[in-house]
Design a protein around this ligand. Sequence first.
Ligand code: PMP
Length: 396
Amino acid sequence: MQLSSLLQRFNEPETLKMAKLGRELRAKGVDVIDLSLGEPDFDTPAHVKEAAVKAIADNWSHYTPVAGFLDLREAACAKLKRDNNLDYKPEQIITSTGAKQSLANAILAVVDDGEEVVIPTPYWVTYSELVKIARGKVVEVKTSLESGFKITPAQLEAAITPKTKLFLFSSPCNPSGAVYSKAELEALAAVFAKHPNIYIISDEIYEYINFVSEHESIAQFPELKDRIILINGLSKGFAMTGWRLGYTASNVEVAKAMEKIQGQMTSATCSITQKAAVAALTGDLKPSKEMTEEFTRRRARVLELVKDIPGFKLFQPEGAFYIFPDISYYFGKSDGTTTITNSADFSMYLLNTAHVSSVMGDAFGEPKCVRFSFANSLPNIEKAWARIKEALAKLK
Ligand code: PMP
């Protein structure tokens, strides 16, 4: 009995694979420090938890509309107005079981067989795999550490062909931490203005975790807004990864298409989560701001700690909670037993020798880099980087 050919088209997420390997080592009694996963190590804000408890007591226990409760979609509109000065109506909002599902909905709604999807590297692992599931063609555009890991208007223009259907990016970016300024987005918008048949997915899930500026959305340019599928969610900004809530803001036609897809996949996300999400989106942002303040401290500390490590070429992250150094200096080096030939070897070496998990850059379209999260406590960060330093010193 053969399984479907779909399974051959895409890979399982490297981020989850590394976390699994780490868990397996931990189960054997090894003290593994996890710098692989992308989730805040904070508790969900109290007012959000209280709203969920109330929703349970009030018996919000039935199926919900596929797009989400109306009050939730209104809350998303209010948030987009408050934070981003964007005007959307509830019929333009589709809520889902996480930004990952929103991305899947959006890609499946617009990409057809063989159509090209331009994705600047480095990008979040799931982007390319979802495009492959949709039978689209991934067109990677290499950005570099020198260009701040951002695509230039000239690179964008050069990547566009008559087959281009979609451009897909995140700002702040996972894994690089790059944050596009208003001027940079405006320059990209000018290119898109010349190509009216391209959709743009703007993944803004790390919006609140920004160390350098106010968040800027590419949806602010009126001539583009109708073609933009803006993606956001509660996982990162509200420490709610397990609650599973994402949402899109788009034109009504795309929204209806995504609703149709989701209607056959998951119906909607959990009713209790939806009620809690209203409290998150319309409530006090103080807990989110405090979280970002803590990430700011950790970022500063990590940047100090890695200064002592030879051979790292590093972009200082402007947002999100990762550093993504180029570690190619170590390629060809060995501790006498293990030789590092690529970033996967490097990650595995650190897991086995330093007992610290990270994610190889290949997974993000940047084979010379490795991603280390700083969504872990300061004491763990100190311990992890001391171990990494010691393990790397053995490589000659
Ligand atoms: N986009 C990016 C860039 C992410 O890093 C993640 C989570 N790692 C997601 C989307 C998915 O988030 P969610 O938990 O809402 O599915």
